[in-house]
Design a protein around this ligand. Structure first.
Ligand code: PGA
Length: 260
């Protein structure tokens, strides 16, 4: 880190397609909210399914806990059946996860780098903070292509985005082979890829100051047991948590992330 402001850690919960019924989402939130509300020194964000976003926004209104969506279309409105726009989300929440590997996957939405770039641009235009996901698959990892692939994803997603906008964005490095598998990357590997490939790409695009200002999370099988080791890494500014964010002990995970 340089001599500037230290980066405030950020922990985000990606509920994916879970807890999307109002009764279950509200009951779960009531369980974790008191504990989460007490945590300081860390930005906390919950990203539930779109069906419960408004309900949760009300329940989180007077807390420090942030709210995010899991995707958004790049256009503000129009003939896009089934889509939700960044402009619409900006009324309800502050963050949006973009480019998650589960949406990039061909068996899912086959999202291209270009579409993700449009989405990031639109999110920033509407004042949302994008949580941009990048990460290599197992074959790429084994073939030694991680650096090239991840830095390429970062550059493609940020094409044409101004440095000031990038500085308030969040990037999540999520190796695909680590997501939902129980096999997290080693903290040292996560630290190396984030430093070399994510911040390296940012430095090439925007210079070292911007590269040092952007918060970069690790994601992939983060648990209450391993979060402390990731947070201890100098390049890792937090985590994007899937499975472990659906359990009540997410509060313990958040406490551990905040170093308490
Ligand atoms: P996981 O998911 O924590 O269940 O591995 C992380 C993610 O996909 O964001």
């Amino acid at each position: 880190m340089n001599g500037k402001m230290p980066r405030k850690p950020i922990l985000a919960a990606n509920w994916k397609m879970n807890l999307g019924r109002a009764d279950e989402a509200i009951a779960f939130l009531r369980k974790i909210r008191p504990g989460l509300s007490e945590i300081e020194g860390l930005d906390l964000v919950l990203c539930p399914p779109i069906t419960v976003l408004s309900a949760l926004a009300e329940l989180l209104a007077r807390t420090r806990i942030g709210l995010g969506a899991q995707d958004a279309h790049w256009e503000s409105s129009g003939a896009h059946t089934g889509e939700i726009s960044n402009a619409m989300l900006a009324q309800i929440c502050q963050y949006v996860i973009l480019g998650h590997s589960e949406r990039r996957a061909t068996r899912s939405h086959s999202e291209s780098d270009e579409a993700i770039n449009w989405k990031v641009t639109a999110a920033l235009e509407h004042g949302l903070t994008p949580i941009l996901c990048v990460g290599e698959n197992l074959e790429q990892n084994r073939a030694g292509q991680t650096h090239e692939f991840v830095s390429g994803q970062v550059k493609a997603a940020l094409a044409g985005v101004a440095a000031k906008q990038v500085e308030r964005s969040v990037i999540a490095y999520e190796p695909i082979w680590a997501i939902g598998t129980g096999e997290a990357a080693t903290p040292a590997d996560a630290n190396r890829v984030i430093g070399l490939s994510v911040r390296g790409a940012l430095a090439e695009l925007y210079g070292e100051d911007t590269a040092q200002a952007v918060r970069v999370q690790y994601g992939g099988s983060v648990t209450v047991e391993n979060i402390g080791e990731f947070m201890a890494m100098p390049e890792v500014d937090g985590a994007l948590v899937g499975g472990a964010s659906l359990k009540a002990d997410f509060v313990d995970l958040a406490r551990a992330a905040a170093g308490r």
